[in-house]
Design a protein around this ligand. Structure first.
Ligand SMILES: C[S@@+](CC[C@H](N)C(=O)[O-])C[C@H]1O[C@@H](n2cnc3c(N)ncnc32)[C@H](O)[C@@H]1O
Length: 284
């Protein structure tokens, strides 16, 4: 059956084109563009198609396939991924870190004499999540100078990673940061008459931003003391989620914690994590 949504008189997204796009996206990065996402795909890609002056979605996909540099495909993924995030999003995770997990971890590491901490923000978007983790760490660790802290922050979107690395946010975006922490970790500057806020180098210094497609090989083995992978798995189907959870288990240290997004429980996934509270799981 022919089912096309008109963008204008000339440009339509047919079922076959939608299937081709969703198959390629799924194979590449696990994002599951089911039928209900057709309108979203049409709307998001229409802009690229107009800018590139392509005659049809098929012609655009031919261009993507022919681009050996991979940039066109990267732009396609960038325009389809959802990057919604904020500072202190799902604040129970930062409360749990500060009040429960880090005090226990600090005591354990002090006993072992190894003041080394490794964490991963997987699907870090524009950086608010890893910067919030970094603030929580710096606020929670006693004798900060004695600690070797590294926070890896990864995402598949090169466009969003650029913003994360810049670490400059508009006033509305820093609203969730408590005033005392704003004073300590954000500096105001004016750009074209607009007030902006730049994150402190003390935060930047412990974070490494890197491109990483979670579906591909990971160039590290951990172990991480904790992993945030929040509001990312929601875009994957169950088999993809299962593989990811198994891989997170492997790179977590014993006793390490996995944080997932508010609507991402491990229900229906085979795993050995201990349930701590909703969206917090511990490797025991
Ligand atoms: C909705 S944001 C979540 C940001 C942050 N974790 C939070 O909860 O606020 C989802 C992020 O996952 C990234 N993403 C989606 N598929 C990915 C994949 N296969 N590998 C790595 N990152 C991916 C997207 O680019 C996007 O930045």
């Amino acid at each position: 059956m022919f089912n096309a949504i008109a963008i204008d008189d000339k440009l339509t997204l047919t079922d076959a084109e939608f299937e081709q796009i969703s198959d390629r996206v799924y194979d590449h990065c696990g994002i599951n563009l089911h039928d209900g996402k057709k309108e979203l795909v049409r709307a998001r890609l229409a802009k690229i198609i107009r800018q590139g002056r392509f005659d049809s979605f098929s012609q655009y996909m031919e261009h993507v396939a022919a681009d050996a540099s991979g940039q066109a495909f990267s732009d396609l993924i960038d325009s389809l991924s959802t990057n919604l995030t904020s500072f202190f999003r799902e604040s129970i995770h930062f409360d749990y870190l500060a009040r429960s997990y880090l005090p226990e971890l600090v005591a354990h590491k002090q006993r072992s004499g190894q003041l080394r901490l490794r964490a991963w923000s997987a699907g870090c978007s524009s950086g608010e999540e890893p910067y919030t983790i970094a603030i929580t760490l710096l606020e929670s660790l006693p004798d900060r100078a004695r600690w070797d802290i590294k926070l890896l922050a990864t995402d598949i979107s090169t466009r969003i990673l650029k913003r994360a690395r810049e670490g400059i946010y508009e006033r509305e975006r820093i609203e969730p940061v408590p005033p005392a922490l704003k004073n300590r970790y954000l500096t105001m500057r004016t750009q074209n008459g607009q007030k902006q806020f730049e994150v402190a180098s003390t935060l930047r210094n412990i974070i490494t931003f890197k491109y990483l497609n979670l579906m591909q090989e990971w160039p590290f083995r951990g172990p991480f003391d904790f992993i945030f992978c929040r509001n990312v798995m929601i875009y994957f189907d169950k088999p993809t989620q299962q593989r990811l959870i198994d891989r997170f288990w492997k790179v977590l240290a014993p006793g390490g914690v996995l944080f997932t997004g508010h609507s991402e429980s491990l229900t229906g996934i085979r795993h050995q994590f201990q349930y701590v509270q909703p969206t917090i799981y511990r490797k025991r």
